[in-house]
Design a protein around this ligand. Structure first.
Ligand code: ASP
Length: 343
């Protein structure tokens, strides 16, 4: 039985937020995250029980991989019944991938998993980390009618809360580092935290964690002048179980015969290909232009308005299951955790 007092678990995986100056103006070094209250005494003012679970060796998020996602998901599952909500402190560089991956791995979750981080370390005077962390904790603790307001994986950064599998990192410097180009913010953060209840996920599926991810996937971005040699070396490097192609606009590729033949070769080898757009906003429509219709005919799956981050992590999860191609395609096409807009 959980205590009456709200309990929040902060998981610190690494990233800029947990750094401080080794000496005034000196290089940044990670601080011992168990001592977070020394850096952020405001935490004591919450009427919450806050526990900290830092990684023993915090990582730059450029080093994140499926094993790290699994470790985070396992921590959440292990403590699922003990806490009202979870805050994951993570580097910003791959936060959108981690948020997407966790949204699929923890499909059907009924509690908040709020990712946040910072562009400037907590140990710097102008840090954005303090506000981000404090707001993330408030959001993770927010309840309505004895149930969490947020029941999904989300990213809290700057002035917004976004669905985790809808965000991309768009700025290497600004405090509004993330955007959710194809879905509204879930909450706007100002004087008050304004939740948009009608936009929040209300999972109808039971909580069914799935922690495995396939790494036999590729990602190729089409660009004007991409050569057959380069394309072929990629195709021949397979067989791949899955491939994301980042195409132009609503899903178009050049009308080059060799490109279609190479893609067909992959499909014949059993590769599941998903088409996502290089545009940040809008969705794939493989019927709109002649240049996309060949993909549709081949059986390439249109990735709708998924971000690349969501598409690749979903593909990794789908391909880790021992299923027929038909089922894999079906799974890629169903909306698992609000990752694409329903037409
Ligand atoms: N390189 C850092 C990371 O992603 C940047 C950050 O923390 O924002 O871990």
């Amino acid at each position: 039985m959980m205590d009456k007092q709200q309990k929040i678990l902060i998981i610190y995986s690494g990233g800029t937020i947990g750094m401080t100056e080794s000496s005034p103006g000196g290089p940044l070094v990670p601080f011992d995250f168990f001592n977070i209250v020394d850096h952020l005494p405001e935490l004591k003012r919450f009427d919450l029980k806050i526990d900290i679970a830092p990684f023993q060796n915090p990582i730059d998020s450029s080093d994140v991989d499926p094993l790290v996602w699994k470790k985070i998901a396992e921590l959440i599952i292990e403590h699922y019944d003990d806490y009202h909500g979870f805050v994951l402190l993570h580097g910003t560089d791959t936060m959108a991938y981690t948020a997407s991956a966790l949204s699929f791995m923890l499909r059907g979750i009924q509690k908040p998993v709020i990712l946040t981080g910072a562009q400037l370390p907590i140990g710097k005077i102008r840090t954005d980390g303090k506000e981000n962390l404090i707001t993330a904790i408030e959001i993770a603790a927010a309840q309505e009618n004895n149930a969490p307001v947020v029941r999904e994986v989300a990213v809290c950064f700057g002035a917004h809360l976004y669905r985790g599998n809808r965000v991309s990192k768009v700025s290497a410097e600004g405090f509004e580092a993330f955007k959710s180009p194809n879905y509204y913010s879930l909450a706007d953060i100002g004087l008050h935290i304004h939740f948009k209840n009608q936009l929040l996920l209300r999972p109808t599926q039971p909580f069914t964690p799935h922690l495995e991810m396939s790494d036999n996937v590729g990602l190729i971005k089409i660009f004007p002048g991409i050569s057959q040699k380069v394309f072929q070396s990629f195709v021949n490097g397979g067989p791949w179980d899955g491939l994301i192609i980042e195409t132009y606009g609503s899903g178009n590729i050049p009308q080059k015969k060799w490109m279609q033949e190479e893609l067909q070769k992959l499909i014949d080898q059993g590769t599941l290909i998903v088409n996502v757009s290089q545009c940040t906003q809008g969705h794939i429509d493989q019927h709109l232009y002649h240049n996309a219709q060949a993909l549709e005919k081949m059986g390439v799956i249109g990735g709708k308005d998924m971000t690349t981050e969501a598409a690749i992590t979903k593909l990794m999860l789908v391909l880790s299951q021992n299923q027929s191609m038909e089922d894999r395609k079906k799974n890629m096409s169903i909306c698992m955790a609000g990752e694409f807009s329903q037409e």
